[in-house]
Design a protein around this ligand. Structure first.
Ligand code: G3I
Length: 385
């Protein structure tokens, strides 16, 4: 099996020249005059019978080769930063919202048939401090006003929203009671400090009222960890049960976004178990921010501009992990609403040190790209058996 994988990847390597390069020192990567032959394999076409394939959009991706890749391969995008509270909302109470960059991104995407997922309304991070300061009544009003303002502005142009992002602590310790989900929320969140755990329910109810046409998501990372997944599942179950007990026929939290910032040691069986856990709640799952780093990047080392040349072995290991993941996702196509990658090229990734993307710094497709384009072949699986 491994030998077959090796030969497939070597063939791709030879045919498409997918060698990874390190940082060229320029911020603007370019494919130059090299034939972009991977464009013959649009990922959105490969996966059209499974789920929409997405990526992020930022202002850098609106031009040139980035844009070509975006519109060729992806059918849905998430704004990397421009729809976050600190980018949209005023620096001070009462100030003006700045919708222009996000509006521009949505317009260009719509012109190219690309749909928009909204990210994100309520988060402990990238949020102006004034929003969570003051009396509980003031903070509550801020939360409601922000959601109403933003969702009204984007109404009809955004199909789903991450209403609450990363409310649960990064790590959930073993041996604790995961049913008591409130005990596992981030204590440092300004929203939690002011409003307690109720801010989550409030945010979702406000979002539902603001735009009933939109699918509402809870989005978080480390959800391949069964302890954290249990906490999130218990939270979703309780909030939805209460909402339904009031006579509502629809769930309040309709989807969980598994961010999926993964690495070579990520356990695919653990990812499967979490997908099944969320599906069992009767909600949809989206893989919302997928990337696979080839080496672990400490949280102090996040940032663009540090990609490097990968060895062939690193490329292959990364390709196998991507292939395993997409092979898994395909098995859950009836429940996975979207698979979104977090970045096009290694050099401009938030985790550039980990080279986690499908394209390298020169915008050449990596072995990982070809593994995603054909995971069964990459893994040497005979689909007839
Ligand atoms: O644009 C400024 C630039 O002018 C300045 O010189 C530079 C100096 O640090 O910073 C630049 O802004 C950075 C911005 O990314 C654009 O690159 C910010 O510092 C940096 O904090 C910001 O990081 C973003 C990060 O969220 C912030 O939390 C990443 O782009 C973005 O990919 C990342 O996305 C998050 C998701 O929203 C939620 N899940 C995790 C994911 C990865 O952290």
């Amino acid at each position: 099996m491994k030998i077959k994988l090796l030969s497939v990847l070597i063939l791709a390597f030879v045919l498409f020249g997918c060698e990874s390069s390190g940082s060229s020192g320029t911020q603007r990567a370019s494919a130059g005059n090299q034939a972009p032959n991977h464009f013959n394999t649009p990922l959105k076409t490969v996966y059209q019978d499974y789920f929409p394939i997405g990526n992020i959009v930022n202002n850098n991706y609106l031009r040139g080769d980035f844009f070509e890749i975006l519109k060729t391969h992806f059918s849905v995008v998430t704004s990397e930063n421009n729809m976050k509270p600190d980018h949209l909302g005023p620096r001070e109470r009462g100030g003006n919202y700045n919708f222009a960059p996000a509006d521009n991104q949505i317009r260009i995407m719509a012109e190219n048939g690309i749909r928009m997922h909204g990210h994100t309304l309520i988060w402990h991070s990238q949020t102006h401090r004034w929003m969570t300061e003051g009396t509980p009544e003031q903070v509550r009003e801020n939360l409601v006003n922000h959601i109403n303002t933003v969702m009204a502005h984007f109404k009809g142009r955004v199909t789903s929203w991450d209403v609450v992002n990363e409310a649960v602590r990064e790590r959930v310790n073993p041996g604790e009671n995961y049913e008591l989900w409130r005990n596992h929320l981030r204590q440092e969140s300004g929203w939690f400090k002011a409003l307690g755990a109720d801010y989550i329910d409030l945010a979702f109810r406000t979002a539902r009222a603001a735009d009933p046409a939109v699918t509402l998501y809870y989005n978080d990372y480390n959800l391949d960890n069964s302890r954290k997944a249990q906490v999130v599942a218990n939270m979703v179950r309780e909030i939805n049960a209460r909402y339904r007990s009031e006579g509502n026929t629809r769930n309040l939290i309709e989807g969980v976004g598994m961010q999926a910032h993964y690495g070579l040691t990520t356990s695919v069986p653990n990812v499967r178990a979490s997908i099944e856990r969320f599906i069992a709640l009767g909600i949809e799952v989206s893989i919302s921010e997928l990337d696979v780093e080839v080496r672990s990047v400490g949280s102090g080392s996040f940032g663009i501009g540090h990609s490097r040349r990968l060895s062939d072995m690193e490329q292959r290991q990364q390709a196998i992990k991507y292939a395993e993941l997409f092979s898994l996702f395909k098995q859950y196509k009836d429940h996975i609403a979207r698979v979104t990658l977090w970045g096009i090229d290694d050099e401009h990734s938030w985790k550039s040190l980990g080279n986690p993307c499908l394209w390298d710094a020169r915008l050449q497709p990596k072995q990982a790209f070809f593994a995603v384009a054909n995971p069964t072949e990459a893994l040497g699986i005979d689909e007839n058996h």
